[in-house]
Design a protein around this ligand. Structure first.
Ligand SMILES: Cc1cc2nc3c(=O)[nH]c(=O)nc-3n(C[C@H](O)[C@H](O)[C@H](O)COP(=O)(O)OP(=O)(O)OC[C@H]3O[C@@H](n4cnc5c(N)ncnc54)[C@H](O)[C@@H]3O)c2cc1C
Length: 373
């Protein structure tokens, strides 16, 4: 996968061949319970696999995240038997589910979404637009969040619906975003035009015993740990390259790692990596038997994503001009890693989550203190 990573970036093609390798190695659907064909592994098992994959190819690491965490774990936790079977089969066959929350006018404030699902007889009719949907155009399974209204137009809360691209009429992929990094996996605009689904498509009902958006956020903690893991893996890959190069590269008659200025950089990079790894592993462990703890997942993602950007940037510096060349992976890693303080909850918004959990009160800068993407 390391050898293919540059080509995946250059061609911007989804690495279907890597998906086959992941399937062969049983790294897809690891966390799906055994009765649905998975391996029933815990979050930490998935994290260890994702970390190693991401050091070689971040795009493949993200595919491993989204076939073990996020949407699939929400379905496994909250879905009906029928929904679980269908989604497990699709994921184990290699489909990376897409999770559709963000809208052009509702990003961090996901509760401000305007996509709506109107109950009409025994159907729901969904209209709206989502953007920055990872896998849009390659994913078949979509988990879509919308505001649900009853037949009298009373608002019931946010619910999560399943739809399948090319099967569910009215689901359209309308644009691919030209992204800075992680180019092998499309980010797309997804439109729903009178998308008509039966009640059996509803995985996370807006209210009742299941609490719609709150349940989504709980499940999403697994995806946040996964995102932190990809950033960690990229940083580890870059650090290792810098460490090796620092011995090989000679200037002023000695290996460059004999300069104290670079030794201290290596020391700082390794300290940040160890701290990030501990946060990520602990967050993963906190979720065994359920979902990772919200506070621990947010802390892990903020620290790891910000540290990883710094580590990759420093690693690139070790290579001098070569680091700036597309012939080496450092510039790609720098572009790829930049995403992780943004997607899946920005570092600022996750600091709000951390502060809200510490202070145990609603914060004025959030809509309800908790429900943020
Ligand atoms: C590569 C990538 C993949 C993605 N994949 C998906 C996906 O699969 N599905 C999906 O639904 N979404 C996805 N997203 C969207 C992502 O979740 C949003 O980009 C993110 O939640 C931020 O929303 P926004 O971009 O609208 O920024 P905005 O919400 O407009 O934020 C702009 C700035 O304001 C800051 N800000 C906003 N509110 C506050 C506040 N209360 N306090 C302090 N600062 C604040 C933000 O931190 C940010 O710096 C993806 C994004 C990227 C980049």
């Amino acid at each position: 996968m390391a050898k293919r990573a540059a080509e995946v970036d250059r061609t911007e093609q989804y690495p279907w061949d890597n998906v086959e390798l992941l399937k062969d190695a049983k790294l897809i659907g690891m966390t799906i319970p055994t009765q649905y064909g998975g391996q029933g592994k815990g979050w930490l098992d998935a994290v260890l696999a994702i970390e190693a994959l991401s050091a070689a190819c971040a795009v493949t690491g993200r595919i491993a995240v989204e076939t073990n965490m996020g949407a699939i774990s929400a379905v496994m936790a909250y879905g009906s038997e029928e929904q679980k079977k269908m989604c497990a089969d699709m994921v184990l066959a290699g489909d990376k589910p897409a999770i559709c929350i963000t809208e052009p006018e509702a990003g961090s404030d996901a509760n401000g979404m305007t996509t709506r699902a109107d109950k009409k007889g025994n159907r729901y009719v969904i209209n709206g637009r989502k953007h920055w949907i990872t896998g849009g155009g390659v994913s078949r399974l979509h988990l879509i969040f919308a505001k649900v209204y009853d037949e009298k137009n009373n608002y019931e809360g946010i619910g999560g619906f399943l739809a399948i691209r090319d099967e569910t009429k009215g689901l359209k992929i309308t644009k691919r975003e030209p992204t800075m990094g992680l180019r092998g996996i499309p980010e797309a605009v997804v439109d729903f035009e009178d998308m008509d689904v039966p009640p059996s498509a509803l995985v996370i009902p807006p209210r009742g015993l299941k609490k719609g958006f709150a349940d989504l956020m709980t499940a999403y903690n697994s995806q946040r740990v996964g995102a932190a893991t990809v950033a960690l893996g990229i940083a580890e890959g870059a650090y290792q390259l810098a460490l090796d190069w620092s011995e090989k590269r000679h200037q002023f008659g000695r290996p460059i790692n004999e300069f104290q200025g670079l030794q201290w950089k290596l020391a700082d990079m390794s300290i940040k990596l160890s701290a990030a790894r501990a946060l990520v592993y602990n967050a993963a462990r906190s979720g065994e038997g359920g979902f990772p703890d919200m506070l621990m997942a947010a802390q892990a993602k903020v620290f790891t994503s910000e540290s990883a950007i710094q580590i990759v940037n420093e690693a690139l510096q070790f290579f001098g001009a070569r680091g700036y060349s597309r012939e080496l992976p450092l510039e790609r890693m720098a572009r790829d890693v930049r995403m992780f303080t943004i997607g899946g909850g920005t570092a600022e918004v996750l600091r709000n989550v951390v502060a809200g959990a510490l202070l145990k009160k609603k914060l004025p800068q959030t809509r309800d203190g908790w429900g943020q993407a």
